[in-house]
Design a protein around this ligand. Structure first.
Ligand code: NDP
Length: 285
């Protein structure tokens, strides 16, 4: 039987630890870490994510600043707001909820965020620091995966790690973090030949392709650790599912993350962790 990695419980534990640290931080410094979250438009999924972020701030004891901008906000208006928040010393983390409406240039907006407040770690300055292994923040989802491994006492050192997916927010930074943890890392993508063969070599397989239940047992080495980053709707019933066909894969693994309740809850915990780090670096005594 596999060990099921309980991301919900681990995320709650991290948030509890952060709440304790925040209490001490506030007593010492006289202010709370502050996170500003900007959302543009009416995307229902984004609204849920933003609400969860405010709730997490409240629970931990951070100050949260919410900005709900209308769909027709101009790039100049959005950039002006980011610049204002860059100079607001109550704000230690700035997050612009993606995706932005089409008429707004995401890259340009993200580049405006002060790298010291870039708690998503999407700014090229922070991406570069991750590449050289000298970073302040890590992108939340891959950092969450590393934390799940660490807290489940799964060592990466010397292991064959296969990351499927090469996006800037998940696959690439995930591979870099596994490399920094001394894994032997292979990155796969849509042009990879013999994907199944490569996946079958993995001691640790990270699936991040956004294809519902794509990986069945034939992709898995017996006893592997399987981390499912995917968050998809299953076409048959519209329910949330991962990139891994859990029922077929789980019996062949030593550890596996479920969807929901695996990687998903970690992302927000790591965002809170980054905000705390930013506040500690910028303003703490
Ligand atoms: P992207 O669509 O940006 O990237 C998908 C990657 O998967 C690409 O590199 C693509 O290759 C590769 N890919 C697609 N199909 C295949 C295939 N058949 N075989 C091999 N590789 C393939 O997605 P994201 O990285 O943003 O997200 C991936 C998944 O993770 C999604 O389900 C998303 O919802 C989820 N996610 C979950 C989060 C969480 O908090 N748990 C946070 C962020 C994302 P190529 O580059 O060649 O096109």
């Amino acid at each position: 039987m596999p060990n099921i990695i309980d991301g919900k419980a681990i995320s709650a534990e991290i948030r509890r630890e952060l709440a304790e640290k925040t209490q001490v931080f506030k007593e010492k410094n006289g202010f709370a870490p502050g996170l500003a979250v900007i959302i543009v438009g009416e995307d229902p999924a984004s609204k849920v994510y933003v609400r969860n972020k405010h709730r997490a701030c409240e629970e931990i004891g951070f100050t949260s600043f919410g900005y709900e901008l209308p769909e027709n906000t101009t790039e100049e208006e959005l950039i002006a707001l980011v610049e204002k928040l860059n100079h607001d010393n109550r704000v230690h983390g700035i997050l612009v909820q993606l995706p932005l409406p089409r008429h707004l240039d995401e890259e340009k907006v993200l580049l405006t965020i002060d790298p010291r407040k870039d708690v998503d770690a999407f700014h090229p300055y922070n991406v570069g620091k991750i590449m050289i292994g000298n970073y302040d923040f890590l992108p939340c989802t891959p950092a969450g995966v590393m934390e799940l491994l660490r807290r489940s006492h799964i060592s990466v050192e010397g292991k064959e790690c296969v990351v499927v997916g090469r996006s800037n927010i998940v696959g690439k930074p995930q591979a870099m973090l596994l490399l920094q943890a001394n894994g032997t890392v292979t990155i796969c993508h849509s042009r990879t030949k013999d994907l199944k063969e490569v996946c079958r070599r993995a001691d640790i397989l990270v699936a991040a392709i956004g294809k519902p239940e794509f990986f069945d047992a034939s992709y898995i080495k017996e006893g592997a650790v399987v981390i499912d980053v995917g968050m998809n709707r299953r076409p048959a019933d519209g329910k949330l599912c991962g990139d891994v066909d859990y029922a077929s894969v789980a019996p062949h693994t030593s550890y596996i993350t479920p969807v929901p309740g695996g990687v998903g809850p970690m992302t927000i915990a790591m965002l809170m962790q980054n905000t705390f780090t930013a506040a500690a670096k910028m303003g703490a005594k």
